[in-house]
Design a protein around this ligand. Sequence first.
Ligand SMILES: Cc1ncc(COP(=O)(O)O)c(C=O)c1O
Length: 361
Amino acid sequence: MNVEEARAAFPVLERLAYLNAGTFGPLARATVEAMHERLDRDLRDGRSGGRFMEEGARLREETRSRLAALLSVPPEHVALTTSTTRGCNIAVAGLRLKPGDEVVTTDNEHFGLLGPLHASGASVRVARLRGRSASDAFELIAAEVGPRTRLLALSHVSWLTGHVLPVDELRAAFDVPILVDGAQSVGAIPVDASGFDFYTVSGQKWLCGPDTTGALYVADPERLEVATPSYFAQQTYEPDGRFTAKEGAARFDSDWLPFASVAGLVAAIDSAPEWRFEAAAATARRCRALLLEAGIEVVTEPGHSTLVTFVPRGDPAETAAAAYENGVVVRDLTGTPWIRASCGYWTNEDDLERLLAAIVS
Ligand SMILES: Cc1ncc(COP(=O)(O)O)c(C=O)c1O
């Protein structure tokens, strides 16, 4: 598959310079066809019966295996969730943190991680990375770790700056559980989650899957409480709700995912080319270079991820809205003076030139 063939899978690219996979990836025709096929079957055959249940269970396991392969971990350690936010909630609630415990995070995080941290009741220590060089991140985060730290919780790739945060270095330096928010990494950059305690996936972003799909890697399922059980948590249960948990991380499966969504996610994962990471990194490099050539201040330092954040000359929300009217989809980052362009393996030079034209004019 070459770039033009890869682009042809995404009808939206025929019209728009779609640079917002950091929010929602473009949908491929094959993904939507897989969803339609599944829904047509439900329409025709109903949503009950042995075959329906068997097919659903098979689809769930297929999805778990695909996601596990993306994370380089065994499927028994992967729970199917509806989002990164849900994955963070499952991990953080399961740790049963108490007042007096501390969790360490950064000021580059999304509420999908911060909300669950706050709700845990632990004290949240925030390393201040904004305005600092990406190379300072390790020292700044390490300075917040102390004897009461029960969890390090941060993203692999910051949704704001596009910087890769020092998750590997933190893992190596501290013997404290680490939860990695993988919303902006899985499908965008190579990931090996096996060194971490918890690692989340959002299906709808860089995997270009349907909305409300995701996953959570759990290194040691036996040591995390099932704090918010779904029907999938149990093998058997008592009249008072006590239950024998399923084997492995499947006990953390968060909800009944629509089979159409699960089928769509498998199709989406299968349609990504092997060269996805190199190509996406190259388009992000090119995007940075073009912005700099045009005299635009770029926030994202070189050599990080597929997100390129920059400072538009005008108001970010107005600039992004005007770009949209010109067929260029980017995200203004609320509460900052920044706009973010998401560069995928499907992004081409024409998309980037359209971006430049839309924001420089
Ligand atoms: C870094 C990060 N974490 C979490 C989220 C929330 O993702 P989800 O909608 O899958 O919960 C986002 C969404 O933009 C994100 O960028």
